[in-house]
Structures are given as C-alpha cells and as structure tokens.
Design a binder for this molecule. Structure first.
Ligand code: SF4
Length: 520
C-alpha cells in the first residue's frame, strides 16, 4: 500500500489515506490519496471556505462591480486584495471592499433592512458603478435573510442597476471548491443570456477560468487578438459584468482553470451547444500546443504557428539561462488546485526542476491523478495537509524552494526554506512565453537569494567569518556551473521590462476581416 503516514499525524489515523508516495510503475488508481472530503476533526486545515471560494477566487476579479459581503466584517477581511488580479479600469475591484458588518443584534432581529440600506449607500458612493454582487456568508445564511428578494426590491427602485446574488455560505461544501461550483452555476442560471453582444469576428471565444493574476490574462489576450479572435467575455479576470451576461453567443469556451470553472463551461455546452477546449498558458510547449488547438478549431493554424515561432525565438535563450542554473533543484509544488498539474511536468522539462512533492488544499481526486502522473517517482502527494505535516515534509524532503500560498509560505520561511507565492505570484505575469521566463527568474531569485544563508547565522553567538566577502546570488548559482554554460553566448538573463503589461494595454489590433457576417 503506497499510503504515507506522517509521524505528527499518528494521533489522527484517518489522515493516513490522504498522502501517498509515488512508487515506480505505480498504479495510480490504487495510489490516489482521498480528496475533496470534509477536513478530519483534529487536523487544522489550511483551506478556505465556500464563501471564500465564490468571492475571493471567482467573483471578485470582475472589475466593474461592487462586491458586497452580507455578513460580519471578518469574512470580508481575508478575502480582500490578496491575489493581485488586475483590471484595466484602474483596479476598482482591488481598491474597495464592502461589507454589511453584521453584529449580534442583526442575528437576533434580522439584517434585511440593513442590507438594503447598505446596497443603496454603496451605489450612491460610487455612482459610476451600476453592477453589484452580493455574497451570502454563514451568518446571513443561518438567520435566513432573503438576499434575492432585497436585491430585486432595489433593482425595481433603481433603474439601470443590476445585482447578482451568490448564495454560497462558508459551510456549503468541504472547501473553497464548493463555492467555485455554486457561483458558476448561479451565474449561468441568473445572468447568462440576459445581454446580446456585438460580434466582430468569425472566431469568437469566452476565455474562462483565468483570473488575470498580475496580468496573466493581458498576455494571453494579446495572443488571441493577434490571431484575430474576438474575446467576448473573460470569466472572471478583468471581466466585465455585462460581457459575462453575453457568454451564450461565443463559438468556443477556452478553459484554463478546469478546477474552478469547468462547471460553467459544461452548462454552456448543454444549453447552448458551445464546445469546451481546455488549454494551458504556462510553459512554452503547453502554451504553444494550446494556441495550436484553438487555431485548429477555427482553421487558422498558420496564425498560431507564427506567434509560436516569434515568441520562442525571442524568449528561449533566456529560459535556458535559468534552466542551466536550476537543473536538479528540488521543489515542493503546493499550490491550491489546478496548478499542481499545470506545472508539475513542465517545470521539470523546461526548467530542470524536480518536483519532490505535490499537494492540494481543495483539489478533487481528478486533480491529484493528473498531478501525480506528471511528477517524479518518489514524490509525496498530500491532500489537505495540516501545518505540522507540511513542516515534516519539508524536513524530510529538503526542498530548495516551495510554491504555495502565503500562510504555509510564512511557515516555510521560519525554517529557512524560500517560497514563491503560487496564488498571487511574486513578479508575474507568469503566463505566456515572457511570463514563463519571469517565473524561472523568480525561482532563481528565491533559490539563490543569499539572505537564506545569512539567516542561518545568529550574530549574537556565531563566529562570523571575516576573511570572506559577501557571496552574491550569481556567485552562488554559478559555482558549480560548467565554463561552457557560464560563458555561453547563446544564453542570457531576463531582458524584459519591470512592467511587461503596460505596453500590451496600449496596443491596437487590426479589425479582423470577416468571411461570413452572420451578425447576432
Ligand atoms: S466560514 Fe463562514 S464565517 Fe468563516 S469566513 Fe467563511 S463565510 Fe465567514
């Protein structure tokens, strides 16, 4: 049996079936850890709740919307402004957060009147914003406030205003993944099909499950626009509320994060017959293959091929500079859900990094199956780990770096393991050819930062050698590099700009010529 029992969790025997070690030729069916189950009592989870999954992950990147939580202000606090999903309207959705701030008296006497007052107040404070999403929380769900009725009352009183209600309280599902599901279905049922878009191309897509973390989506949109494709809506990074009401007119749903939003694509396929095509914006080869797949669907393969050739020629020498210095480094790949399988194989193939562990907090068994099949033999796969298990894994596996969220990341720093923020990134975007080089650069900066060596010294006690100078990052990374790699004229460090998205936002694209004008 491949299950792995953590020393620290021996007192919680149920945890044993939540971790496996990938053995040689392992039958994945018997090797899968249990997943997407309620957290075992006694194990302190690092998961988010279903409200967090609905608001923080999916709802809040929508840019022209007041996002109002109906509940205690604490629910709002942790779901505000930590994922850096940018927008082209001056980041309205990152600057403000709204909560009704429920107190005990509202639990006793109800909070519907206060909710209505808050909705009107918020619209008055931001008269340029006419759209709102209201998120239910545990408290407002438990007292039974009818948020939909209040929203309808306001829409009747304020013409021009539109409100979406997401009834996904924290307890609805074992993790944030329950909230992803709920908000996707609610959006589909309540809002899709209520606006008719203008069609300007023969090739029309919805770009789904992409949240524009540090500009990922700006980069990807550039490729699609260069191919003459119209992006009808983006769910939900930099997404516009009304564009997303018109999703039913796309020819194709291009899906990035299948974990969080495949539900929406599946509904669009059933009701409107729109096919779903899963793509991957991370890594040269997966990205190139993804553009080719989209192009093949529309019969415009030559346009994708041109982009692939141009971008590869521009960025490959820089990726290879980092690969030469990262080969053999060990990483624990501990993101939330889908990145474990988006990244597991390609960071190994294109950067030389070895994945010694994968974990997921809210992924389902299907995510684990894909992740395990793509990582190295001997890798430790963990579902919903607690903090002590994470520490034990790092002490045993001795990774050079981990990719994870900020809570486990801060724990890793305490034992001097560098971490990259897999959720909000460090110096993203990380998608696209250039973005992938930026990711490699961030890994390099983390692995070779001299600060981690210095932090091992206790200046009050330790002998500090005075006969050696300060070791720079480059000295550390090049110490065991061959002369050929060190002085290669074909390789170079990242040469892009600090903000590589600013120019993309100013870029203009030719209006695509249309063969058929079946305007809708
Ligand atoms: S679990 Fe409930 S109370 Fe806690 S943050 Fe989520 S919605 Fe709020």
């Amino acid at each position: 049996m491949p299950y792995h029992e953590f020393e620290c969790s021996k007192c919680i025997p149920e945890r044993k079936k939540h971790a496996v070690i990938k053995g040689p030729g392992e039958d994945l069916t018997s090797a899968l850890p249990l997943g997407y189950l309620s957290t075992i009592p006694g194990s302190i989870s690092e998961r988010g709740c279903a409200y967090c999954g609905a608001k923080h992950v999916i709802g809040q990147p929508m840019k022209d919307v007041i996002h109002l939580s109906h509940g205690p202000v604490g629910c709002t606090y942790d779901t505000w402004q930590t994922k850096r999903y940018l927008s082209d309207n001056d980041n309205f959705q990152l600057k403000y957060t709204f909560a009704t701030d429920m107190k005990e008296k509202h639990i006793v006497f109800g909070a519907e009147k206060m909710l209505k007052k808050n909705i009107i107040e918020a619209f008055k404070a931001f008269p340029q914003i006419k759209r709102m999403t209201i998120y239910q929380t545990c408290a407002s769900a438990l007292i039974g406030d009818d948020i939909n009725a209040v929203a309808q009352e306001v829409m009747d009183e304020l013409p021009g205003v539109d409100i979406f209600v997401c009834n996904s309280p924290g307890f609805k599902g074992p993790s944030q993944s329950g909230g992803h599901h709920t908000i996707c279905i609610a959006w589909f049922k309540d809002k899709v099909g209520t606006v008719e878009p203008k069609i300007t191309s023969d090739y029309v897509i919805n770009y789904v499950g992409e949240y524009n973390i540090q500009g990922d989506q700006f980069v990807m949109q550039d490729y699609f626009k260069r191919m003459g494709i119209q992006i009808l809506s983006t769910f939900t990074g930099n997404g516009s509320y009304d564009d997303l009401r018109a999703m039913h007119r796309a020819h194709l749903n291009v899906l990035e994060c299948a974990r969080s939003s495949e539900y929406l694509c599946n509904e669009l396929r059933v009701k409107y017959g729109i096919p779903r095509l899963d793509i991957d914006g991370f890594g040269f080869a997966p990205l190139g293959n993804s553009l080719k797949k989209v192009a093949l669907f529309f019969g415009i393969e030559d346009r994708a091929q041109k982009i692939i050739e141009e971008e590869t020629a521009r960025w490959k020498p820089e990726l290879d500079w980092y690969k030469a210095r990262l080969t053999g480094k060990k990483v624990c790949l501990w993101p939330g859900g889908s990145k474990l399988w988006h990244w597991a194989h390609v960071i190994h193939e294109e950067m030389g990094v070895e994945v010694v562990s994968v974990y997921t907090k809210f992924g389902h068994q299907g995510d684990m199956e894909k992740g395990i099949s793509r990582c190295e033999e001997g890798a430790l796969a963990i579902d919903d780990p607690n903090e002590l298990e994470g520490l034990e894994a790092m002490e045993t596996l001795k990774p050079d770096i981990i990719f994870t969220g900020k809570r486990p990341g801060e724990v890793a720093k305490k034992i001097r393991v560098p971490y990259l923020n897999a959720h909000g990134y460090h110096n993203g975007p990380w998608k696209g050819w250039e973005g992938w080089v930026r990711f490699a650069r961030d890994i390099y900066n983390g692995v070779y930062s001299p600060i981690h060596q210095l932090s091992l010294l206790d200046i009050s006690k330790d002998e500090i050698p005075t006969d050696r100078g300060f070791a720079t990052q480059r000295m550390l990374s090049d110490a065991s590099l061959s002369d050929e790699a060190r002085h290669s004229p074909d390789l170079r460090e990242y040469t892009g700009k600090y903000d590589c998205c600013a120019d993309l936002l100013k870029k203009e694209y030719p209006v695509p010529e249309r063969q058929s004008v079946a305007a809708v």
